[in-house]
Design a protein around this ligand. Structure first.
Ligand code: SF4
Length: 358
């Protein structure tokens, strides 16, 4: 079966789910690397990788979703809650700019009082004050869904409101594992998978861009992981390949209710490789320096073509992630595996009809 799969990948033929499962479970690491690199070569140079410097702005830690894998949130009545003012947000944007950053991602929680107007107001100020010097991911799909419901507006109206106020992106964050059994076990109040995709479709239909994300290493089964990948590939097929990138993090278990351990780098690389090969309709695959540090750069040999150099993300840092701003050292690690890092500008989304920057 392996040689048949190898031929299919070399000829650019789409794999079935069973074939992808076989690859993940049985293929030797060098074969996975070779096939993922073959697939990547259809979109990108295999001797270079793109990157940018960015930070996540955790604008609030108040959240009522109560995911058991999260070490970040506080319930509204608990001590230690915060909600950043616009001045505090500006301080964070200015700080990442000083480090060479060109991107910020806003990520908070399911704040029970923040209606979508609040976000639209913040984003319009960011756009007015920073123009194209800073691109931003306005919210995650998960936060967008919650705030639309709180505001009693449809996803279509919510997406239009954000776009009219300067947002170009709502990322696919908050996806973790897109499988309803997983969601029921760990975050039953967050969303149902079909609803997640409805919201993401509204975002794409509005003309904003979006991305695909995944987190592995909880207690998810292989079936649940592949349910995530196959629903994602179907969604992408049905939406003109509108999702611009796929980013897979690894779960950080420290100080969470769920607990557990961390997966090995090899397991992460195997998953990245199979994701690159199976998700043949997503152009950019990003490897996670945020949760794997320099080890993540090996992902560039397993199908990834892009990475972020983050300066801050309280959500993962609270759960054990360690962030370094010694960028030269990280970039040297990239060169040491034979791949030249090339700093890029933030991606433009398809709806703007502007060519991608890398
Ligand atoms: S992962 Fe996000 S939605 Fe879940 S509890 Fe943490 S902040 Fe809230």
């Amino acid at each position: 079966m392996l040689s048949e799969i190898q031929k299919k990948v070399q000829n650019g033929v789409r794999l079935t789910r069973k074939e992808a499962e076989f690859l993940y479970l049985e293929a030797p690491m060098p074969v996975l690397s070779e096939l993922a690199t073959e697939t990547k070569s259809r979109f990108h140079s295999t001797s270079e990788a793109s990157y940018l410097i960015m930070c996540i702005i955790n604008y609030t830690n108040i959240c009522v979703a109560k995911c058991d894998y999260c070490a970040f949130y506080k319930l509204p009545h608990q001590s230690g809650t915060y909600l950043l003012s616009y001045d505090q947000i500006q301080d964070k944007i200015n700080a990442v700019q000083k480090l060479g950053g060109t991107m910020v991602g806003f990520n908070g929680g399911f704040h029970p009082k923040l209606k979508l107007d609040h976000y639209a107001d913040i984003f319009s100020k960011v756009r007015k004050d920073y123009g194209e010097d800073i691109e931003f991911y306005g919210m995650t799909v998960a936060e967008f869904m919650f705030s639309c419901k709180l505001s009693k507006i449809s996803y279509d109206s919510g997406a239009k409101l954000l776009k009219d106020n300067g947002s170009l992106w709502v990322t696919g964050g908050g996806a973790e594992i897109l499988d309803d059994s997983f969601r029921m076990r760990h975050s039953p109040g967050k969303y149902k998978v079909a609803d997640y995709y409805n919201a993401q479709k509204a975002i794409l239909d509005s003309g904003m861009g979006s991305t695909a994300t995944m987190v592995i290493g909880f207690d998810e089964s292989m079936e649940e992981r592949f349910n995530h990948l196959s629903s994602l590939r179907d969604f992408q097929d049905q939406n003109q390949n509108g999702l611009q990138s796929f980013l897979c993090w690894t779960y950080k278990p420290y100080h969470t209710e769920l607990g557990g351990g961390e997966i090995s780098t090899d397991e992460y690389l195997r998953w990245l490789a199979v994701s690159r090969i199976y998700l043949d309709n997503i152009r950019h695959m990003r490897t996670s320096v945020l949760t794997k540090n320099e080890e993540a750069l090996k992902g560039l040999l397993y199908g990834a073509n892009d990475f972020d150099l983050p300066t801050e993300d309280e959500v993962t840092q609270k759960a054990g992630a360690t962030i370094s701003i010694e960028f030269d050292r990280i970039l040297e690690a990239c060169q040491n595996i034979g791949i030249k890092p090339v700093k890029r500008k933030p991606f433009k989304n398809h709806a703007t009809s502007i060519e991608l920057d890398c």
